[in-house]
Design a protein around this ligand. Structure first.
Ligand SMILES: Nc1ncnc2c1ncn2[C@@H]1O[C@H](COP(=O)(O)OP(=O)(O)OP(=O)(O)O)[C@@H](O)[C@H]1O
Ligand SMILES: [Mg+2]
Length: 335
């Protein structure tokens, strides 16, 4: 399969195909998209179908399409999808072919919209029946998650929206990250990150306290150390690991939402006070509650996981282990 790179995009892509049943030629191979099933969001259509190559091979695919009538074309929507295409092209450039983060097979534009084609990677984590996997497979799932995020981070790519609906699990337990719609790519090599074009708008429930801090301080445009970015995704990963172990992918995310609602700032002063005051309020309450929750819910059979997960929820990001160390520790867990 060939790929279209972002800089060449829109020049090479066929423009006159019909979205729902189209044929096009790329690199001398003709493709036929045959869509069987369409699931609509407000603006986004997710279609399932088959992609037929002229060499008789075909893949089961997922097509993510922004489809709008011409009168309603909304630039932000297009830009969002183009951003995602760009991230996928960049992942391919930086880490080569990998079957773990969802892999862009193709993208195209038509009169009606623009679409990206992916391999069908299975069910979303929150829709997966986790009971059907034994501990050994779950440990492998967790390692796949950590290895993927680590590999992306090493290449200065931050998914930025790690939550159960953005993780796919295949029937044999292969885990893949999907939805790079708000992923953040950094090109600098000096170990700091400029916030000029950051779109780190992840909800705090799937991000660490620093997500919020980074987001709120966008205005200041001061560079952040790479380490802070690296460690910030641990919080969400911890939530995902808890979910995999407890057979309920959303348990942590629901709990943190509940806590956040309880933690509404008690008075106006706090709401309008400076960031560090609000941050420390958040620290004292939220982190402690999450730790209590982990201690209470992860039963004895997960004793080996407990300290590792608790460490991911350290408020002070410098106290959190690096992903490499966490991977080593989890590899040693004997289930
Ligand atoms: N590679 C894939 N394999 C299987 N299913 C996929 C794949 N990519 C996307 N999907 C399905 O399409 C849905 C939307 O994809 P995605 O998360 O990329 O878009 P989104 O804009 O975040 O939409 P949503 O609001 O549903 O999260 C997913 O929730 C999943 O059901
Ligand atoms: Mg999503």
């Amino acid at each position: 399969m060939s790929y279209l790179w972002v800089d060449e995009r829109l020049e090479k892509i066929p423009r006159r195909i019909h979205l729902l049943n189209c044929k096009f030629v790329f690199d001398n191979i003709s493709y036929e998209i045959n869509i069987q099933n369409t699931k609509s969001h407000n603006r986004l259509n997710i279609c399932y179908g088959k992609l037929f190559g002229s060499d008789d091979s075909y893949k089961k695919i997922v097509i993510k399409i922004y489809e709008q009538s011409r009168s309603q074309i909304d630039t932000d929507t297009y830009v969002g999808l183009l951003d995602e295409i760009e991230v996928h092209a960049e992942i391919e450039k930086r880490i080569g072919y990998s079957s773990y983060p969802s892999h862009m097979l193709f993208f195209f534009a038509t009169k009606q919209g623009i679409g990206i084609i992916f391999d069908n990677l299975g069910l979303q984590l929150d829709k997966t029946n986790l009971y059907m996997f034994d501990f050994k497979i779950k440990k492998l799932m967790i390692l796949q998650l950590l290895l993927q995020v680590n590999c992306l981070q090493k290449n200065n790519i931050y998914h930025g929206d790690l939550k159960p609906p953005n993780i796919c699990i295949s029937v044999d337990g292969k885990l893949s990250l999907i939805d790079f719609g708000i992923a953040y790519i950094e090109s600098t090599n000096d170990n700091t990150f400029e916030l000029s074009n950051i779109h780190y708008n992840t909800t705090i429930t799937s991000g660490s306290p620093e997500y919020k801090l980074i987001y709120e301080q966008q205005e200041s445009k001061s560079p952040f150390p790479k380490e802070l970015f690296d460690k910030s995704e641990l919080w969400a990963i911890g939530g995902l690991i808890i979910g995999i172990l407890l057979n309920d992918a959303t348990i942590y995310f629901n709990k943190s939402l509940e806590l956040l609602n309880l933690l509404k700032f008690p008075n106006e002063n706090l709401e309008t006070s400076d960031l560090s005051t609000r941050f420390s309020y958040f620290n004292q309450n939220f982190c402690d509650c999450i730790k209590q929750f982990i201690n209470f819910n992860l039963s004895d059979c997960y004793d080996q996981f407990k300290p590792i997960i608790l460490n991911m929820f350290e408020f002070d990001h410098t106290k959190r282990e690096t992903l490499e160390n966490i991977i080593k520790q989890i590899e040693l867990i004997d289930l």
